[in-house]
Design a protein. Structure first.
Length: 99
C-alpha cells in the first residue's frame, strides 16, 4: 500500500478527507450491488445467509491482519454494515416482488 508522505497536519487531514470520501463511495457501490442481488433471491429467509456473512467477515478480518489493522475493528464495521444492508436488501426484495 502506497501512502503519501505528508508534511503538515492540514495536508494529512486533506488526505484523510479524500480517503473518507472514497470509503463512502465504496460503501454506496457495495450497497448498490446488494440491492441488485435481492432480485436473484426467492425469499426473505434467503437474504440473510449466516454462512455467507461468516465468509465475508472472515475474509475482511484476514485482510485487516495482512494490512496491520485490528481485525476486531474490521469485524465490527462489517457486521454493522451487513446488518444495515440486509435491511436494504429486504426492502428491495419486497419492492421487486410487488411488480
Amino acid at each position: 500500500m502506497n501512502i503519501k508522505k505528508c508534511k503538515t497536519l492540514e495536508e494529512t487531514r486533506v488526505e484523510i478527507d479524500i480517503v473518507d470520501e472514497k470509503l463512502v463511495e465504496l460503501i454506496a457501490l457495495r450497497n448498490a450491488y446488494i440491492r441488485q442481488i435481492a432480485h436473484f433471491k426467492n425469499s426473505i429467509e434467503e437474504i440473510k445467509s449466516e454462512e455467507r456473512i461468516g465468509d465475508i467477515v472472515s475474509r475482511a478480518r484476514s485482510k485487516a491482519i495482512e494490512l496491520g489493522l485490528s481485525p476486531n475493528l474490521i469485524n465490527d464495521i462489517f457486521i454493522r454494515m451487513i446488518d444495515e444492508m440486509v435491511e436494504s436488501e429486504v426492502a428491495e426484495f419486497k419492492n421487486a416482488k410487488v411488480f
